[in-house]
Write a protein that binds this ligand. Structure first.
Ligand code: AMP
Ligand code: MG
Length: 350
């Protein structure tokens, strides 16, 4: 299929293109569009055949549910009940990078929710996304616009790389502001439960429910008999081609350990990639070093994370060594993505 690519940003909305892309969604086609979290691969969430195309284009397992994106606060059409805590989250954080899990109504087809009785709902803040949803006149089901398993795309070029020829339209231009996927909070659970950490942090949600807790799969490697709340939580994710190893410990010791381990690789003629920060990047004695930004701004680190992970795929490295971050604030989301991209290959430094 021929894919139309249109440079379209929040500062430069082109309503002719938005109408055209909205029409594609209405007719059951696929449109890639920017959001503030990552780029999404969208289809009409209420159209079973259209949603099936998302799974095909991405190579996504059918039992991994999708999030529906809305532009209207009136979500009673899609969900049975909106508990008080969910209402508070909506009032406080929508439009924005947080998805609510709620009991779904029958209008949401099983293929969208992977046959769960619940559905994830989010209102993005990106204006291109909102205008596209309005032009489509339907909620848009959208996972990240990458081939399943790869790091999520946060810029137009990464979407073109993964999905050119597989979708009708690719819209966008700007780098995603947040850079990691939305926080997912299970609002059918009491207290609230965070299924995936993101830009809206645990600390922020504590103001709504002081007992909010983090699903165990967020922080640790799932056990063999792990039964995830959503099938999607069991998949390896965000992975570049080369294996990733996370080095966890005091930062000076981390640098020393990475330098020491790198020697073995170099002796064996292996190429090492290093994911560092502005403060540490000069301290490595070799390897291909890339920085995520300053440790003083975890929001910047989150924003650059997937672009840096992806960039190693064209560098032919044999292994990627990565510094760890404190798991507070948005650091929890950063470490969740890094741990999954490394398949929980973590080297603890004493
Ligand atoms: P993606 O759209 O690729 O970022 O993935 C969406 C993720 O949201 C899935 O992998 C699930 O972990 C989660 N999710 C979506 N819908 C539900 C649901 N109904 N219940 C629990 N988790 C969900
Ligand atoms: Mg994804």
């Amino acid at each position: 299929m021929e894919t139309k690519v249109a440079r379209l940003t929040e500062e430069n909305l082109d309503h002719v293109i938005l109408e055209e892309a909205g029409q594609v969604i209405k007719e059951g086609g696929l449109v890639v569009f920017p959001t503030e979290t990552v780029y999404g691969l969208g289809a009409n969430a209420l159209d079973e055949e259209a949603v099936k195309k998302i799974f095909l284009a991405k190579g996504r397992p059918q039992d991994n549910p999708l999030i529906i994106h809305v532009a209207d606060f009136d979500i009673e059409k899609y969900v049975k009940e909106i508990p008080a805590a969910a209402k508070e989250i909506i009032n406080k954080f929508w439009p924005g990078p947080i998805t609510l899990i709620l009991e779904k109504k029958d209008i949401i087809p099983g293929v969208t929710s992977a046959n769960l009785s619940t559905v994830g709902v989010r209102m993005p803040s990106n204006k291109v996304a909102l205008e596209l949803i309005k032009a489509s006149n339907t909620p848009i089901a959208a996972p990240s616009a990458n081939i399943s398993g790869r790091p999520s795309p946060t810029d137009l070029e990464s979407c073109i790389e993964d999905l050119n020829g597989k979708v009708e339209y690719i819209l966008g231009g700007n780098e995603s502001e947040v850079g990691i996927e939305s926080t997912i909070v299970d609002c059918t659970s009491e207290p609230l439960c965070i299924l995936r950490p993101g830009g809206i942090t645990l600390e922020m949600l504590k103001e709504i429910d002081k007992d909010v807790y983090i699903d165990p799969s967020v922080c640790s490697k799932p056990k063999e008999d792990f039964k995830p709340k959503a099938p999607g939580m069991k998949y390896r994710h965000y992975a570049p081609k080369a294996p990733v190893k996370i080095f966890k410990g005091e930062i000076k010791k981390t640098i020393a350990k990475i330098n020491e381990m790198m020697l073995n690789y170099i002796e064996n003629e292996k190429k090492v990639g290093i994911i560092a920060t502005d403060e540490t990047m000069e301290k490595y004695n070799g390897g291909l070093v890339k920085t995520l930004g300053s440790r003083d701004s975890l929001n910047d680190v989150a924003k650059h994370l997937f672009r840096v992970l992806r960039s190693f795929d064209s560098e032919d490295v044999d292994v990627i060594f990565c510094e760890a971050f404190d798991e507070t604030g948005v650091g929890l989301a950063i470490m969740n993505r890094l741990n999954k991209s490394a398949g929980f290959d973590i080297i603890e430094i004493k």
